[in-house]
Design a binder for this molecule. Structure first.
Ligand code: BES
Ligand code: ZN
Ligand code: ZN
Length: 498
């Protein structure tokens, strides 16, 4: 889809579908949006009939029954002005975009003037464009009867020439962030027979080449040389060899010693290993690389939008399978950092790959702050559902930056406690640590296990097991991978500029 700006004076009414946003507490008199009298009459008729009130997410399609454009108007409810949030706008525009696609519209335009009473120009435009990109996707590439989306063009109408710079900045940012989210969704949705560790590494390389970050890929022999023992144990039962994917972006050469490390869990499939999962839990386990997808997506946006931060991202990509030579419950294994680990459950594999990746990013890439993001525990789903990402952190300042980022993109986060009592639960009688902490507080003990390897660096652990997957289409989202984390990590990086 092409995104552009058009002057209302010279180019109005070229799009097939026009979005007209409407606040619940505005009146039809406020509709000063360069609508012709035919459009205005019909909109007023709908508003007077009170079929449409402008509630958040409410849509009303008005077919104008004519040959010239626009052929349809979609009235888009944004709710009350006092309740306005960017995410309300994002959700409403996302729904409207899906509706326009159902109408088989090729082009959409929108006049955003009435929104500027509640929000500034470039954030409004970023949010709208992001929503349009995110809404225009569904995972149908393996369906023989799939139909490509008809949407070709989305235009922001402007009245003043001096708005152009802000408009273009908003469009650019919105499109790049929307695409970062889609890339993460696309990677998650790809099934494990198609996307294994090698293909995930290739996808990272392609993303790096297209957006401008450096990608280095380590094969199994190099991973052995790095002594990533815990990672290799998890990878061992699969016929698909592991890959260590390293992505680098230097956005702040003046402070080159300050490096943010992003670590994404990259299990391209998780069968549970010998601690095998029941079939129902296994079917969605192609999504166990959602953390990797998030960091790859984030890296594209960080690079394209030239964030002034040095960022290194690492993914220890492998598959957790079953084999005569696989690791077993009861094994005691080593790790790159030197700590020994008693494996009590081969399904708690993510943390084993992550601790080696965390150790690598600190020791070899010299990360000074670390974020790990992972589909780590079913327990986070029990605690927070599919609404919020569970977070474990050792640093209040860092967590506060994440909360800021979360507010901008509306990927919700919730911090879990880290009392010393929880740390006791992962101590082993026979090794330094054990890889499960017992039946309770599973998301906390999983996070704290990773925390044992961060060497006092400011650290955030994001458990996206609940937020990375959707059972149905909602608002701007689609069934399957949600791309959770891609936009959130980008906005976190922006919070760390300067
Ligand atoms: N990949 C799973 C976690 C998961 C569960 C992700 C549901 C997405 C949806 C992880 O590797 C796992 O199996 N965790 C175990 C840990 C347990 C054995 C301590 C779990 O949550 O059951
Ligand atoms: Zn598992
Ligand atoms: Zn897993």
């Amino acid at each position: 889809m092409i995104f552009n700006n058009k002057s209302i004076k010279s180019h109005n009414n070229e799009a097939e579908t026009k979005f007209v946003t409407y606040f619940e507490d505005s009146s039809s008199e406020d509709l000063n949006l360069a609508l012709d009298s035919d459009m205005l009459t019909k909109i007023k008729f709908i508003l007077d009939s009170e079929d449409f009130k402008g509630k958040q997410g409410e849509l009303q399609i008005i077919n104008l029954f004519r040959n010239e454009c626009p052929k349809n108007i979609i009235l888009v409810g944004i709710g009350k002005k006092e309740d306005f949030t960017l995410d309300r706008l994002r959700k409403s525009i996302g729904k409207a975009t899906k509706e326009a696609a159902k109408l088989k519209a090729k082009s959409i335009d929108i006049n955003i003037e009435n929104l500027l009473s509640v929000m500034n120009l470039d954030m409004t435009i970023t949010t709208i464009c992001e929503a349009v990109v995110m809404a225009d996707y569904k995972f149908d590439k393996y369906k023989s009867d799939r139909k490509a989306s008809t949407l070709e063009e989305f235009s922001i109408l402007y009245t003043e020439e001096n708005q152009l710079e802000s408009i273009n900045k908003g469009i650019n940012e919105g499109v790049i962030l929307g695409q970062a989210n889609l890339l993460a969704r696309i990677l998650v949705n790809e099934p494990s027979n198609v996307l294994g560790p090698i293909e995930l590494a290739e996808a990272a390389k392609k993303a790096g080449d297209e957006s401008g970050f450096e990608v280095e890929i380590f094969d199994e022999a190099s991973i052995k040389e790095l002594n990533m023992q815990a990672f290799l144990e998890v990878a061992r039962a699969s016929v698909k060899p592991p890959r260590l994917i390293v992505m680098r972006y230097n956005g702040n050469p003046e402070k080159k010693e300050e490096i943010l490390g992003l670590v994404g869990k990259g299990l391209t499939y998780d069968s549970g290993g010998l601690s095998i999962k029941p079939t129902n839990s296994m079917v969605s386990m192609k999504s166990d690389m959602g953390g990797a997808a998030a960091v790859i997506g984030a890296m594209t946006a960080i690079t394209k939008l030239k964030a002034k931060v040095n960022v290194v991202a690492v993914v220890a990509a492998c598959e957790n399978m079953i084999d005569g030579d696989g690791y077993r419950p009861g094994d005691i294994i080593g790790s790159m950092g030197g700590k020994t680990i008693e494996v009590l459950n081969t399904d708690a594999e993510g943390r084993l790959t992550l601790v080696d990746a965390v150790n690598y990013i600190i020791e070899k890439e010299h990360a000074t702050k670390v974020v790990d993001i992972a589909t780590l525990t079913g327990a986070v789903l029990s605690a927070l559902g599919t609404t919020a990402t569970g977070v474990v952190s050792n640093n209040d300042f860092f967590y506060a930056r994440l909360e800021q980022a979360s507010k901008i993109c509306d990927e919700k986060v919730w911090r879990l406690p880290t009392f010393d009592e929880y740390k006791e639960l992962i101590k082993s009688d026979v090794a330094d640590l054990k890889n499960i902490g017992g039946p309770n507080a599973g998301s906390i003990t999983a996070g704290l296990f990773i925390g044992e390897f961060v060497q006092e660096k400011p650290w955030l652990h994001l458990d996206i097991a609940g937020t990375s997957w959707a059972d149905k289409d909602v608002d701007y989202g689609s069934k399957g991978g949600t791309g959770a984390g891609a936009r959130l990590l980008y906005h976190l990086v922006k919070q760390l500029e300067n």
